[in-house]
Design a protein around this ligand. Structure first.
Ligand code: UDX
Ligand code: UDX
Length: 423
């Protein structure tokens, strides 16, 4: 099928590359010319396991990138995967969605074939119907018999996005008429997974609800972890016992420094904000965010309990990415921790296998070590912020520290004498 995708970020690029692997003919429409150049050379502008190989195999053949919307005129289906970043009040900024919709509509003005516009970005319920559909139809001067609309949320975990795309738990297709939904289903026909057909707004809400529930599991585990630490109980033993109940399940019960990333914090805030506009106060989800905001600061408190003031002390921060296997630092729990340390006058020596260069944009003046050992050398304390597998293999590197005070925000180290945030 001929597919155009607007937005060549994490989601758009992974989606487009995987569609190309499935044999579709894909054009990525991306506003940033540097990303376009990189994609066309087969070099993903982001790190994602397995992506580079797939892109190299298909770039210039079944996948092309462009800054213009020309490909839309011959597309059978157009996906929108531009970002929906949070506004200061937590609500989703839909201006990119709106402008992409208008540009798609303008490109469809003089076409005669039926085309389906699919929203893949995470958007508040009602966006596809009330913003995307009117903007596209207005700009195209067409009716819904000529252009169909669908909402097809993504459930891709960064670092495992290619695998999640090719082997999903489910494919959710929301549409207001079956013809539009059928076309989306066709694109996925070679992927084996349960397909759930819903209305547009239910599909939009499924994405928010899934992320809100997963975030709730994490904040819940963190809250239990905080009290378990206080009582001298191992929260990981507790959650193992709890997770064996199939009604609860074992996943996303890992207590630690809290959740970061481009989705959980943003989507839960957006849900709270849209509920507020509808006159509902989502007390539970507000608390989920509150627990998550407080959690990373506990790392510094435990460090100070052991070390005393961090003023003038060298503190190694291991892990800057919001989780392992990515260079993404969006809402990384390392950010508030480093800010706390800097506010208290510490010298921060940071190391991450991948995310150092991007973090330099946030904290240009801290030290960026080129290995964990370099960060640890002479350190008075160490905070482990990301669940990178390479950190779990660290051992004698900790002997390089001036004072072996290690606080773990993710349960990955096997060394004795390490204090955990919740254990
Ligand atoms: C996606 C979804 O869009 C978001 O709603 C979801 O919650 C998380 O995943 P993501 O792919 O991670 O976002 O965002 P980002 O990496 O910022 O990619 C968006 C891309 O769209 C960027 O490359 C940006 O340059 C591009 N863009 C933005 C356009 O091409 N045109 C625009 O008008 C705006
Ligand atoms: C998430 C969702 O999982 C995915 O389905 C959605 O589409 C996009 O958002 P992602 O943000 O890539 O994916 O990462 P995820 O693996 O879910 O982890 C998010 C954060 O939660 C990370 O900071 C991670 O460290 C933290 N986490 C995860 C925990 O603290 N405990 C856990 O048990 C699991």
């Amino acid at each position: 099928m001929k597919i155009s995708i607007v937005g060549g970020g994490y989601v758009g690029l992974v989606t487009g590359t995987c569609f190309a692997k499935l044999g579709h003919d894909v054009t990525l429409i991306e506003i940033d010319p540097e990303k376009v150049r990189a994609i066309n050379k087969g070099m993903p502008p982001i790190f994602e396991n397995g992506l580079e190989n797939l892109l190299k195999q298909n770039a210039g053949k079944r996948i092309h990138a462009s800054t213009g919307y020309e490909s839309v005129t011959s597309a059978e289906i157009v996906f929108i995967s531009v970002g929906t970043p949070p506004k200061p009040d937590g609500s989703a900024n839909l201006s990119y969605i709106e402008s992409a919709s208008t540009s798609i509509g303008e490109s469809l003005k003089n076409t005669s074939a039926y085309c389906v516009v699919v929203v893949k970005s995470t958007v508040p319920p009602g966006t596809t119907e009330k913003i995307v559909r009117p903007a596209v139809l207005r700009a195209a001067g067409k009716t819904e018999e000529e252009i169909g609309f669908a909402m097809n949320p993504e459930f891709l975990r960064e670092g495992r996005a290619v695998e999640d795309f090719l082997h999903p738990d489910r494919i959710v297709i929301g549409s207001s008429d079956p013809r539009a939904g059928n076309r989306v289903a066709e694109v996925y026909q070679d992927i084996e997974a349960p397909v759930l057909r819903t209305g547009l707004t239910a599909a939009e809400m499924i994405k928010y609800t899934s992320n809100a529930f997963l975030a709730t599991k994490i904040s819940f585990s963190n809250e239990i972890g905080n009290i378990c630490k206080n009582l001298g109980i191992d929260v990981y033993e507790v959650m193992k016992g709890v997770g064996l109940d199939p009604r609860i399940g074992p996943l996303f019960l890992n207590a630690g420094a809290g959740f970061g990333g481009s989705c959980f914090p943003k989507d839960v805030s957006a849900l709270v904000s849209l509920a507020k506009d509808a006159g509902e106060d989502l007390i539970l989800l507000r608390s989920v965010l509150d627990v998550n905001e407080r959690q990373p600061h506990r790392m510094v408190v435990y460090l100070e309990n052991r070390l005393g003031s961090v003023f003038g002390k060298r503190i190694a921060v291991l892990g800057l990415a919001f989780k392992d296997n990515t260079d993404d630092i969006r809402d990384s729990r390392a950010i508030p921790v480093i800010q706390d340390l800097l506010d208290k006058g510490a010298h921060v020596a940071a190391y991450d296998p991948m995310a150092g260069p991007v973090m330099q944009n946030v904290f240009p003046s801290i030290e960026y070590a080129s290995s964990a050992a370099d960060a640890l050398r002479g350190a008075d304390g160490c905070l482990v912020m990301t669940e990178w597998p390479e950190f779990s293999r660290l051992d004698k590197e900790f002997d390089l520290m001036a004072h072996p005070i290690i606080i773990e925000g993710r349960r990955i180290l096997s060394r004795n004498g390490v204090e955990g945030i919740c254990w």
